[in-house]
Design a protein around this ligand. Sequence first.
Ligand SMILES: C[S@@+](CC[C@H](N)C(=O)[O-])C[C@H]1O[C@@H](n2cnc3c(N)ncnc32)[C@H](O)[C@@H]1O
Length: 277
Amino acid sequence: MEIGFGNGEFLVSLARRHPERYFLGIELSGISVEKLLKRLREEGLRNVFCVRLDAYWAFYLLLSDEAVEAIYLNYPDPWFKKRHHKRRLTRPENLYLFARKLKTGGEILLRTDDRPFLEYTLESAREVAAFEVSWEVLSPESPLTKYEAKWMSQGKTLYAARLRRVCSPKEIPHPQIEEVSAVFPVTVKDLSRLSGLSGKTLRPREDLVLKIFRIWEHGEDRLIEVLLSEAGYLQRFMIFARRVPGGWRLDVSGFSEVLRTRGLKEALEFLGRELNP
Ligand SMILES: C[S@@+](CC[C@H](N)C(=O)[O-])C[C@H]1O[C@@H](n2cnc3c(N)ncnc32)[C@H](O)[C@@H]1O
């Protein structure tokens, strides 16, 4: 697996060298995903998959425990400011989850040019207590990408760390969400308060936020554009308010792809109560 594959060059070269293996790339950036897909098409590679998701949630939602052989993290954003450290890819909650998904003997292979980020990562790894850790300063003789060779020739110091899973991780409190089998539609008698909610943020409970954007009208029906944040997991989708006898039925639009979570169900019910208290 590669987290934050950028333009996809590293992932594609790995896949080319190992046609017998499967690779999964995780990226937040849609442009990066497009670039990777283009490279894969051009080279006819069929052993690479990718997903546009935050790495934490991709590991949480898509992978079984002890299923992964190696995780590559090349030059992740260091998030320099202390108040931004919680966004770092190697925060303890993330390393805990990565450790759970790795096979015993599997490895996280990190490269960075930021010494404080390296030290932060080693400290997080100690907290998770599942890894044998080693690191080195890369030398011009190490196998390097063309960018790395260029940075090194400019006098940059590059570090490589290896976190080898040797046992199960120590449990670290980490964000969790629960899937539910159905998000039942909510029926309301009156929609007159809806237009007032455009641009508003609703907070059904701690760690659950529903932001309402635009609202489109079509006859008596309404389409509501929303963003749901549940324990930091973001979903953007449409809610369809359809006229039915005696009121309106609110449901996730059939055109929106969502993960049906408990938070989504609660948010929909909360919206119903906001409309008809
Ligand atoms: C500094 S770039 C490095 C790109 C590439 N690995 C390289 O070495 O050139 C960091 C990349 O990580 C991605 N990224 C940052 N946070 C992420 C997250 N939480 N989940 C997935 N990808 C993430 C960014 O979109 C960006 O493409």
